[in-house]
Design a protein around this ligand. Structure first.
Ligand code: ACO
Length: 323
């Protein structure tokens, strides 16, 4: 018998304020047409000034718990992927734990920027497979609007705020790829690429900083590394792209999503796309897309999903799971 970490609930939360591309035309030399054609983004949500990452995360967690039909008392651990935590410490995960009324179990943040949810999922899977937890809330939540330079048209039009969450539960499996749950993962990072995507501030520099990106360079790495990590994760369990029902990619840019699907030999009809409505929500983008994909009726129980992401670091990776 093999222990599998199976998705039993999913949910998301988006802040109420929707910002259409055209809103940027008033303050920047940009246009709806440029943003749409270069990125695929049409709109994004921005958190209210009194709304923090842990607020968004808590709402997403509550939705995922309701979907799973369980209560916070049933959860053993919370793993929260974010680069925009409320405070330097404590972790946003412990704030969510408190907001959910939990005084048991343990909670921690994972920071791998846009690849954060892949890292969090892999960590949560390890906790379940090693027997340290039976039920884990895995959350991706961000308020990237707080680290935007509103004068920099090359970055500020691309990002948004939001949160998504999964409930993972230990279930007995047979050990083959017919099992539901996480089947394989592949994680990578390479710090040589720090300067192409980073925030120019932080605790040790006593500033918050703004996101800085060499978009063309990131783009160049993205398609190649995302296809490679997805192929590695599939190869580890002897799977090939024709056995995949859905790619659920990090939602940064439609052209990266299309390029990666093409490299994997999969049509866009098998890709869950939400970038047009959410923009790039960093670590929140994958759980948001999983939740929206399920709500749309695209993702169904038994489907095989490859999910992949790349972000600052560079850090990148992929997970193969059967829903
Ligand atoms: N509006 C109008 N013009 C603009 C804008 C804008 N918002 N931004 C840039 N431009 C201009 C540039 O200044 C440039 O003008 P120039 O030719 O006179 O110098 C021109 O448009 C073309 O700019 P490029 O950077 O070459 O445009 P490109 O086609 O590469 O698209 C983009 C830019 C969308 C950023 C793209 O490179 C990209 O998506 N890169 C990947 C970014 C990404 O995915 N990041 C996230 C991954 S990691 C994470 O999620 C944190």
């Amino acid at each position: 018998m093999t222990t599998r970490a199976v998705v039993t609930g999913v949910g998301h939360y988006l802040p109420a304020r929707v910002v259409e591309n055209s809103e940027f035309e008033a303050s920047l030399d940009t246009s709806d047409a440029w943003i749409r054609t270069r990125s695929g983004i049409e709109r994004r949500h921005f958190a209210a000034s009194d709304e923090t990452t842990s607020d968004l995360a808590t709402r997403a967690a509550q939705a995922a718990l309701a979907d799973a039909g369980i209560t916070p008392g049933d959860i053993d651990a919370i793993v929260l992927a974010t680069s925009t935590a409320d405070l330097t410490f404590p972790s946003a995960a412990t704030m969510v734990q408190h907001a959910l009324g939990m005084t048991h179990g343990f909670a921690f943040d994972v920071q791998a920027v846009c690849a954060g949810f892949i890292y969090a999922l892999t960590n949560a899977n390890a906790l379940i497979v090693s027997g340290q937890a039976q039920r884990v809330l895995v959350i991706g939540a961000e308020t990237f609007s707080r680290i935007m330079d509103w004068q920099d048209r090359t970055t500020c039009v691309l990002f948004g705020d939001g949160a998504g969450a999964l409930v993972l539960e230990a279930r007995a499996g047979t050990g083959d790829t017919g099992d539901r749950g996480i089947l394989s993962a592949d994680l990578n990072s390479d710090g040589r690429y720090r300067d192409i995507l980073y925030v120019d501030g932080g605790v040790s520099t006593q500033t918050t900083g703004f996101l800085r990106m060499q978009g063309k360079e990131v783009f160049r790495h993205a398609v190649e590394k995302l296809a490679a990590t997805a192929e590695t994760a599939m190869a580890r369990i002897g799977m090939t792209p024709d056995q995949i029902d859905w790619i659920v990619p990090h939602q940064a840019n439609i052209r990266i999503i299309q390029g990666t699907a093409k490299k994997l030999g999969l049509p866009m009809s098998r890709v869950v796309v939400t970038v047009q409505d959410h923009g790039n929500t960093s670590a929140a983008s994958i759980p948001l897309a999983l939740s929206v994909g399920k709500a749309r009726g695209q993702i169904r129980e038994g489907d095989v999903i490859v999910t992949e992401a790349i972000g600052g670091g560079l850090a990148w990776g992929a997970v193969v799971l059967r829903w």
